[in-house]
Design a protein around this ligand. Structure first.
Ligand SMILES: O=c1ccn([C@H]2C[C@H](O)[C@@H](CO)O2)c(=O)[nH]1
Ligand SMILES: [Zn+2]
Length: 132
């Protein structure tokens, strides 16, 4: 699957965002090694801190269905430049996806930035940092 196709899936996911508070819709599409796509949108709550970002929705959906091998993720929002994932999502991607995995950041105007999980969060706190 090419970048364009994964971005199309992320855009479709974005349409389902539940954002009555921020009105800022985000979509994500996570591609597994065997070609399946898990889509996610942001889901807000009247208790604002309970909000789940699009990226984490996609990753948590995939993990909860038994997926462990990931190839790429595309993320889209109506931003000036390619959308910048928040710190919480960077941390979650860092633990559950390969460090070298492709991350496609984009916006509705077709601005695209390709990066990796590692480059989104250098020096991430990881499971190895936990004491037994
Ligand atoms: O990368 C991002 C950045 C923000 N949001 C969501 C959280 C909240 O619902 C809204 C505004 O922060 O956008 C995401 O889903 N992903
Ligand atoms: Zn986030």
């Amino acid at each position: 699957m090419n970048n364009e196709h994964l971005i199309t899936e992320a855009k479709a996911a974005r349409e389902l965002a539940y954002t009555p508070y921020s009105h800022f819709k985000v979509g994500a599409a996570l591609l597994t090694k065997d070609g399946k796509v898990y889509k996610g949108c942001n889901i807000e709550n009247a208790s604002y801190g309970m909000t789940n970002c699009a990226e984490r929705t996609a990753v948590f959906k995939a993990i909860s269905e038994g997926e462990t091998q990931f190839e790429a993720i595309a993320i889209i929002a109506d931003t000036k430049g390619p959308v910048s994932p928040c710190g919480a999502c960077r941390q979650v991607l860092s633990e559950l996806c390969p460090q070298e995995m492709k991350v496609i950041l984009t916006n509705l105007n077709g601005k695209i930035q390709e990066t990796t999980v590692k480059d989104l969060l250098p020096g991430a706190f990881s499971p190895e940092d936990l004491n037994d």
